[in-house]
Design a protein around this ligand. Sequence first.
Ligand code: GTP
Ligand code: ZN
Length: 203
Amino acid sequence: MSCQHDHDEDNPLGKPDVPAHVQDAIRTLIEWAGDDPAREGLLDTPKRVGRAWLEYCQGYAEDPAIHLSRQFEEVGGYDELVMLKDIPFQSHCEHHLAPITGKAAIAYMPRDRVVGISKLARVLHGYARRLQIQERLTAEVAKCIWDNLEPHGVAVVIEAEHGCMTGRGVRTPGVSMITSRLLGCFLDDPRSRKEVLGLMGYG
Ligand SMILES: Nc1nc2c(ncn2[C@@H]2O[C@H](COP(=O)(O)OP(=O)(O)OP(=O)(O)O)[C@@H](O)[C@H]2O)c(=O)[nH]1
Ligand SMILES: [Zn+2]
């Protein structure tokens, strides 16, 4: 398929280029779905879709561990758990490329170092902006914090709705999938586990 429909060649906003073969692939998909990629409203769609997928999959361009490299050793004697909850995120499932939309709760029990709290959300997005299954996303976020902060414990719980279950297939909206990964004290010590899950709202 040719690329004769390049309309925004001036690209005044400096948006990323979408290579011809990527645009061709998107035109093929549009055609296969039953529409005409040459009709007016779809002319720029291959470029938009290419750029949208660059954004959805931005995580491939980064190592999320980088967000945990700035650590603070002075924690003023604070030795209780630290948690960020209700962090909204979007990912895409590796089976259907459909959106996974949900929220995460991330907690850790510091040993002697903490990170800026926004960094936990950055780690989540770094792994979410890839093609994922929810189980792996949950495990990757937990492992990244465990490996880089070496805390006493890490707990990650993710609750999400899968577009591949709502807009297609079984077509069952309103269903959430819940996954968890508990490491260290949150796995081994029943009291810590109860506390963290309770604070997350799963007690
Ligand atoms: N465990 C897990 N399954 C997922 C996730 N995202 C999507 N799935 C499931 O992956 C499965 C893929 O099953 P297949 O039978 O290969 O694909 P399919 O024919 O499109 O399946 P249906 O969705 O049931 O129509 C489906 O059951 C999806 O619901 C995820 O993050 N974790
Ligand atoms: Zn899916």
